[in-house]
Design a protein around this ligand. Sequence first.
Ligand code: PMP
Length: 378
Amino acid sequence: MALRPEQLLRPEILALSAYSVPPSRGMVKLDAMENPYRLPPEVQAEVGRLAAHTALNRYPDPLAPALKARLRTFFGLPAGSGLMLGNGSDELIQILALALSRPGAVLLTVEPTFVMFRLIATWTGMAYEGVPLKPDFSLDLEAVLAAVERRRPAVIFIAYPNNPTGNLFDRSALLRLIEAAPGLVVIDEAYHAFAEESLLDALERYEHLLVMRTLSKLGLAGLRLGVLMGPPAWLEQLEKVRLPYNVSVLTQVVAESVLQRSDVLRAQAAAIRRERERLACALGQRPGVTVYPSRANFLLFRVARARDVFEGLKRQGVLIKDLSGSHRLLADCLRVTVGTPEENERFLAALDASLSAATSPARSHGHSDLVPIAPPKP
Ligand code: PMP
């Protein structure tokens, strides 16, 4: 008889549902916190030239010294801190968990937050503790400290700003948490460009603190480059778990070059921050819509019949994220990534149509009175 996966795979893997990336071809794609802007033509041309001259027949340099030097300057890394590169920050989370997964070791975070923390804990056999946020999504410091005391986590992950809620936790609360932690604390600053707040300056004060950044939200999601920064003594050990060629030659040369145009990246982030404020305001004016304050490049909002609204948007060619079934604090919540002004207008128009359809009596007969809007330009 044929061997079945259930006979060999770990039960916790069999019980997982795969991280799903929905098809988005031809849609207004506002589901994944990407930067909607392309690079200017002269930077694109330089990327093309560099790619053409890269020795693709050779393995990448595992030390990536040129890129690391550039990242140090770009992030303003304190002199005594080191950095390690990952294939996206996802991979860095995985490296940390792999290295820390002694029997019984606990990964602690808050909930709702970035789902990869829980998934990766499961993959690597770490125990997982998710401490609920308060209903306004702020940190419940007393509850977190109590859980830390009880579980003695090997690592605490905090997304700052948090995904999917978009808020920044109180800095002094985070410092208290760092002081109380018996293990490592990783501050995941994936959305730093839109928050302009950081705990990077605290690296020199704490031997058990690491700060993680990514180029993904800055406009280079396709490159896959994450950076873990902190005490060299920790990074040296973690390097042993990193696959030697995890950052491709193309990623190295392209990132190194594009980071020289930090003016372009910063201007795009500033445009996204401005557009976030405009979109938050427009959303907040819609009757029945509650929008939460965001320091990231996305907005979390609550609306009655969120699932229907999400499906209505999808039918009109606008893809956002439905979080309504993901956590009890996120009932009826949807998340939209801030796009270009045109994309945001299309989203708002589609939302208005979905809102009226979701509340109209025609719904109960299964009719859709949504008028599809023209598909987006490629
Ligand atoms: N951390 C947080 C909080 C995120 O939201 C994301 C992406 N959604 C990541 C890390 C992963 O980013 P990367 O593309 O660098 O793997």
